[in-house]
Design a protein around this ligand. Structure first.
Ligand code: APR
Length: 317
């Protein structure tokens, strides 16, 4: 197994993991090592994806594996391993089960890919990213989470749909925790440079903001047996590309705060420049008073979640 460096390791070959691998390959971003604990699953999906390569016209390679040794040398490790919430399972049950998985995965990343940048995707996102940071012991610039690119893409699509605009020409920012209290920042959203607030009436924009917050739940309600994966995979791919190509692109990222917006010691959605070093710089953006209030409320919820996680893990250092 010899992936060309720099390559991406994707942990978890489920819906999000396999689709992320597909996006990375088919956009020619890097070779991929796809890891899962289920025997045959990553190997089968890797083979299927390789057989698509003559048709997709790329020369990237993907290797499926159940051995952590194979992620050795990865430039970026994407963590999608985890369980979805099942009927009858409480939020605490899910938190505790996924925390155990993230801890195990993080220890293996620390062991086998100690120089990598780590992008966490598993939910609850802000808490799992915090746990990966604590467990790997990596510098904070090298451990971060994917949520804001996805939430902003959802908002961009809803705005484009309302205005009949081209989705990629819509700019939007979503900050805060990846949950009910995330903050869609309409004051910093534009279509071809024009403020969205001048283009969409207030009451309709409020609905778009709420639909953005409910973006994941709307898809779960439709699918019934799983959660979103196409747009999450595109979002991870955007981040991997920014890192491996050292683009220094400014994207919404779940990053470790150190005084930004008056907040410290939590993982939280902010805008940051992503490049070869990982999160190279967090940018604070001006917010109106309502947005600022919403951001602090969201931060309070994340902080309580971290306290709960630390109580639960006991040794989560
Ligand atoms: N190590 C590695 N892989 C694991 C482990 C583990 N300890 N435990 C479970 N997995 C794998 C499963 O075998 C499965 O293939 O993680 C994969 C998860 O895939 P899915 O169940 O299809 O879940 P998916 O829809 O991909 O979501 C994964 O991303 O967006 C988030 O909320 C979502 O937390 C969830 C995660």
């Amino acid at each position: 197994m010899t992936p060309r460096k720099p390559f991406t390791a994707v942990i978890g070959a489920g819906q999000v993991g396999a689709t992320t691998a597909q996006r990375i390959l088919e956009k020619g971003v890097s070779d991929v090592v796809l890891f899962d604990v289920v025997e045959g699953l990553p190997q089968g999906k890797a083979l299927d994806l390789m057989q698509a390569s003559p048709l997709e016209g790329h020369d990237r390679k993907i290797f499926g594996t159940n051995r952590y040794q194979d992620i050795e040398g990865a430039g970026v490790v994407v963590v999608t391993a985890g369980l979805p919430r099942k009927p009858g399972m409480s939020r605490e049950d899910l938190l505790s089960l996924n925390a155990k998985i993230i801890k195990e995965v993080s220890l293996n990343i620390k062991n086998y890919a100690p120089e990598s940048k780590v992008i966490v995707v598993t939910n609850p996102l802000d808490l799992m990213t915090y746990l990966a940071f604590k467990t790997t012991g990596f510098p904070k610039a090298r451990v971060f989470g994917m949520a804001g690119v996805l939430d902003a893409a959802r908002m961009r699509f809803f705005i484009a749909e309302r205005l009949g605009a081209v989705p990629r020409e819509v700019e939007a920012v979503v900050l805060g925790g990846h949950g009910d209290l995330m903050v869609p920042v309409s004051s910093r959203s534009f279509v071809k440079g024009k403020p969205v607030r001048d283009l969409i009436p207030h009451d309709e924009l409020v609905k778009i903001e709420q639909r953005t917050r409910d973006g994941g739940a709307e898809i779960v309600a439709l699918l019934k047996t799983g959660s979103a994966f196409y747009a999450p995979a595109s979002s991870v791919c955007e981040m991997v590309k920014a890192i491996l190509n050292n683009e220094k692109k400014i994207l919404p990222v779940c990053a470790c705060l150190d005084g930004e917006y008056g907040l410290r010691g939590i993982y939280f959605g902010v805008t940051a420049s992503l490049g070869a070093g990982g999160v190279e710089k967090i940018m604070e953006i001006p917010l109106d008073p309502e947005e600022k209030k919403g951001l602090l409320l969201s931060a309070e919820k994340v902080r309580k979640g971290i306290e709960e996680l630390e109580r639960m893990m006991g040794t989560a250092k």
